[in-house]
Write a protein that binds this ligand. Sequence first.
Ligand SMILES: [Zn+2]
Length: 262
Amino acid sequence: MPGRGRLRQVTALLAVLFVACSETATTAPATSAPAANVVATSSSTTIATTISSSSSIPSPTMRIGTTTTTAEPEAPTFAAEIRALDDSVLARTTWKPDCPVGAAELRHIVLAHWTPDGDVADGELVVHEDVADDIAAVFETIFDARFPIAKMRITSPEDLADPPSDDNNTTAFVCRPTVGGTGFSQHAYGLAVDINPLWNPYARDDLVLPPDAGPWLQRTPPQDGMLAEADPVVAAFDAIGWGWGGRWNSLVDWMHFSANGR
Ligand SMILES: [Zn+2]
């Protein structure tokens, strides 16, 4: 019958159109199409959605969604490892024989920290052996509070000779004098820690360190990674009896914590 043949042709044509529309709807959102194509894309999407919702078979997307929801991702946990410095680690530090601490008295801590992007990364610190356990405990508190650390790596001789103007490296042992002084800094004993220096600057009169930290002299409202009175980081250092440079008067050193408060 001629009428029936025409019906088959129309059905076949519709099937081809539906397939074509579905393919368009799948690929179109990935491209930023000019305005003229946006209209075609939206009508194709409508057709594809209607076909999908009228089907009784769960789509692959729905099955994937269910699997993702039921699988509980494990929460990241804190880990820290404390070791003596081997020769390769020591070579990366600023230690020299005339530093006020022996290399054998230093410890290398590899520990987990949160990043500003919400990831967990490994960082490393070098500290005096007498405070290694306390510092690992402080950084466990910092981790549990999800306080972000921009980066944490050993200060190298190159970093010391030519510090970046936007330095934001959290560090402990650095064999250097005090800022503007001749005596050794507490960092040279491995008995001080600086946290996120760019966001927690040193300021004395017109001197700001690191030099690009001017915007962070404004301390309120506190931003992520900035230290403030009564936050969990300051409280953790209080708990081990360390002093905070954010409480000093003649100058202020928000990044700085030390065992003897200097
Ligand atoms: Zn410091």
